[in-house]
Structure formats: C-alpha cells, structure tokens
Design a protein around this ligand. Structure first.
Ligand code: HEM
Length: 146
C-alpha cells in the first residue's frame, strides 16, 4: 500500500468523517428504541419510529460502519501499523462495537414486527456502550499507550 502514502492524511480525514457519522448513529439508535418502546404498539407514533429507525440504519449507520472499516484498514496497511499492540486492542474494541451494531440492526428488525427488547431503562443503559467504546478507542489511537 506504499502507493497511498502521499494520501495518508486524506485517508485519515475520510476515516474520521465516517467514524463521526457511525458514532452519531450508534448514539441515536438506542435512544430511538428507548422512545419507541414507550409508545403503544400499533399507534401512529410507534409506526413513525419504525420508519425513522430503518431510515437511520440504512442511510447513515450501515454505510458509515462499512466506510469506517474500509478507511481504517487502508490506513493500517498504508501506515504499516498491523504489528502494533495498540491497534490490536483498538480492533478488539471496534469488533465488539460492530457486534453491538449488529445487535441494534437485529432489534430494529424485531421492533418492525412489534417485538424486541421493550424496556426504556435498559435501552438508556445500553446507550452508554458507544460512549465508553469511543473514549477507549480514541485514547488508544491518539496516545498509543503500548
Ligand atoms: C473499523 C476499524 C478501524 C480501524 C482498522 C482503524 C484504524 C486506524 C488507523 C490505522 C489510524 C491511523 C493512526 C495514526 O495515523 O496514528 C486511525 C486513526 C483514527 N481512528 Fe481509527 N480505526 C477503526 C475504527 C475507528 C473507530 C470506531 C474510531 C472511533 C470511535 C476511530 C477513531 C480514530 C481517530 C480519532 C483517528 C485519528 C487519530 C490521530 O490522528 O491521531 N477509529 N484508525
């Protein structure tokens, strides 16, 4: 990937832009689901939340996750970072975050059928997962403590 070295900073800019879109969606989706499960099944409000959840997932969260991975892996290859322990730790956390993303996508499908985890308090607690992941991931990549 040495051909991409002159574009390293542009790749990093692209990576951070899609990280922001992805994380914005990861903060919004559990909150949407918290509001959604407090509405009556079959109500107009509940149907409106279903449409919002599907749109957010399809237009922002899914494409942003894919592009974050594409730019991130390209950066790792271009910068020859793959042997670094901080990257291994970061990748572990990002894989867990991607798993949480998959869980949210599954819940959006279930909420579409009026099923799923219908507890607002639990969704507000789950909302903290992306916050803690972001703090740890940014410290790992900026400080590179090991
Ligand atoms: C999807 C898998 C990911 C991979 C493979 C990846 C990999 C990388 C690599 C190799 C760099 C360049 C480091 C440097 O030049 O010093 C980078 C930069 C960065 N990444 Fe990721 N990353 C991923 C996901 C994420 C996520 C989820 C976040 C935030 C929640 C994130 C936040 C950042 C930030 C803020 C930078 C800029 C750091 C700086 O300029 O000092 N990345 N990433």
């Amino acid at each position: 990937m040495s051909a991409l070295i002159p574009y390293y900073d542009w790749l990093k800019a692209g990576h951070v832009i899609f990280v922001i879109f992805w994380m914005a969606g990861m903060f919004m989706l559990p909150r949407y689901l918290a509001y959604h499960c407090e509405t009556a099944i079959g109500s107009a409000e509940s149907e409106a939340w279903k449409a919002r959840e599907k749109r957010l997932l399809r237009i922002i969260v899914n494409p942003a996750m894919i592009l974050t991975w594409v730019f991130g892996l390209t950066l790792a290859a271009t910068g020859d970072w793959f042997a670094q322990p901080w990257l291994h730790a970061k990748l572990t956390l990002v894989l867990l975050l991607s798993g949480f993303h998959g869980f949210l996508a599954g819940q959006v499908r279930k909420f579409g059928r009026d099923q799923g985890l219908r507890n607002g308090r639990t969704w507000r607690l789950l909302n903290e997962i992306p916050s803690f992941a972001t703090i740890a991931i940014v410290i790992l990549v900026v400080i590179k403590p090991f």
